[in-house]
Design a protein around this ligand. Structure first.
Ligand SMILES: Cc1cc2nc3c(=O)[nH]c(=O)nc-3n(C[C@H](O)[C@H](O)[C@H](O)COP(=O)(O)OP(=O)(O)OC[C@H]3O[C@@H](n4cnc5c(N)ncnc54)[C@H](O)[C@@H]3O)c2cc1C
Length: 390
């Protein structure tokens, strides 16, 4: 059995950022990734907030993964009502971005074992035993474990975590040509319940996708393309699942912590998880190093500290799930009325006189005001989603 100090399962943004964090603190983590090449297959709409770049000092220029910058978004509601917002994000090449993170981790001192699937993990009194299908089916003994194995969280479930929250399906076409202007989101409670369709223009191509709890996703996306007269050639189809209800309750257990999608680290409005996943990875790595250092010095340490570190971030707030439940639980009648009140307005820049006008419009629709708390949740939830949704 080979001895390692820290095992990280999963070479996605969460696991790789965890590896960077650990290695930068002077320890050598081992990342296990089942696919032969980091970043592939891509299962992502590839939108990433400017905040993620800033948080992790990632350059937006002179790199191979940024393909287009967007400084605005358009939220479409039924009856073609549209609200403008100021989401600042980049369209990235997700495979190259993940490889960039992997190189950063390796340069800092991490080891990455690709084509190595972790089959089983046992937590015994002597430590963790990590069984892989790698060369010679090597088994590793590790003192600490970060599970960043994605949304399905299969290993986490065998280790007494309960990430079995609902997963929502997403499906996307990469289409030739640039369609749409900004980052566009189309909400419709009947056609795309609990989700939306997106149009993300890139450089000479566009990612058009759907996320919803409804079945027949392909048929729904095809009729969306027809409706929007998006006729470019489909060059790629991708799909995947996303945790739907935000962070899970139990994030840590002695010498194991969950990060990224495995921990439900996804914004439940836009269902983006790159930035939140990387943030959780960073703190998973911090806690892992604290655990190892304290163990060396025989000092008691609780990995519950992980939850406390994360709790200071807005993506952990219960308002996100309240907004999700209320907003996605509304009918098209409600969404249309909401759209009418804010139609063609830049929600982040409503001038004084427009505020008065908007308030007047709201008063004209008393059914919207029936649940003022719900409106407040929508306002606050979308505000957080603007910053943490990708
Ligand atoms: C269609 C779609 C579109 C999306 N669009 C966006 C978007 O535009 N912006 C955004 O921010 N988010 C988006 N998301 C969500 C985002 O992709 C995820 O939140 C993000 O990838 C989570 O990172 P992660 O590292 O937690 O998990 P992942 O990226 O899923 O990485 C987990 C890794 O673990 C590996 N693995 C799993 N099990 C094992 C094992 N037993 N042994 C070894 N390796 C294992 C997997 O191969 C994988 O590489 C989208 C998701 C989907 C499905």
């Amino acid at each position: 059995m080979e001895k390692i100090s820290m095992a990280i399962v999963g070479g996605g943004p969460a696991g790789l950022q965890a590896a960077i964090s650990v290695a930068e603190q002077g320890f050598q983590p081992t990342v296990f990734e089942e696919h032969p090449r980091i970043g592939t297959p891509v299962q992502c709409g590839e939108g990433m907030s400017i905040n993620a770049f800033q948080d992790f000092s990632i350059p937006t220029k002179n790199n191979e993964f940024c393909v287009r910058e967007h400084k605005g978004c358009q939220l479409f509601f039924p009856s073609n009502k549209v609200i403008y917002g100021d989401i600042h994000a980049f369209m990235i090449k997700r495979d190259i971005f993940d490889q960039y993170l992997a190189n950063k981790a390796i340069e800092a001192g991490a080891e990455i074992k690709t084509a190595t699937k972790v089959l089983d993990i046992k937590n015994i009194s002597e430590g963790l035993v990590v069984k892989t299908n790698g060369k010679d089916n090597t088994t590793y003994s590790s003192e600490f474990l970060i599970l960043a194995e994605g949304a399905r969280a299969k290993l986490a479930q065998t280790l007494n975590f309960h990430p079995s929250q609902p997963l929502i399906k997403a499906f996307e076409y990469k289409i030739k040509g640039e369609w749409g202007e900004d980052l566009e989101f189309y909400f419709d409670a009947q056609k795309y319940p609990f989700g939306y369709c997106w149009v993300f223009p890139r450089n000479n191509e566009t990612n058009v996708g759907i996320v919803t709890t409804a079945n027949q996703m392909k048929a729904r996306l095809d009729s969306f393309l027809k409706e929007k007269k998006i006729t470019g050639k489909i060059v790629k189809k991708i799909g995947g699942v996303i945790p739907m209800n935000g962070p899970v309750e139990k994030l840590a257990l002695n010498n194991i912590v969950l990060a990224g999608d495995t921990a439900g680290m996804v914004n439940p409005i836009f269902y983006g998880g790159i930035r939140i996943g990387m943030t959780s990875g960073k703190f998973a790595g911090k806690v892992g190093v604290e655990y190892l250092k304290n163990k060396e010095e025989k000092i008691e340490y609780s990995t519950q500290q992980y939850t406390q570190y994360l709790q200071k971030f807005q993506f952990m707030k219960s308002i996100n799930l309240k907004c999700h439940t209320f907003f996605y639980g509304r009918s098209n009648e409600f969404l249309t009325k909401l759209g009418k009140v804010f139609d063609k307005q830049f929600v982040n820049q409503i001038e004084k006189w427009e505020k008065v006008k908007t308030f007047g419009n709201l008063l004209k629709k008393p059914s919207l005001l029936r649940n003022p708390r719900g409106l407040l949740w929508i306002y606050l939830g979308f505000k957080i989603a603007r910053d943490w949704g990708f």
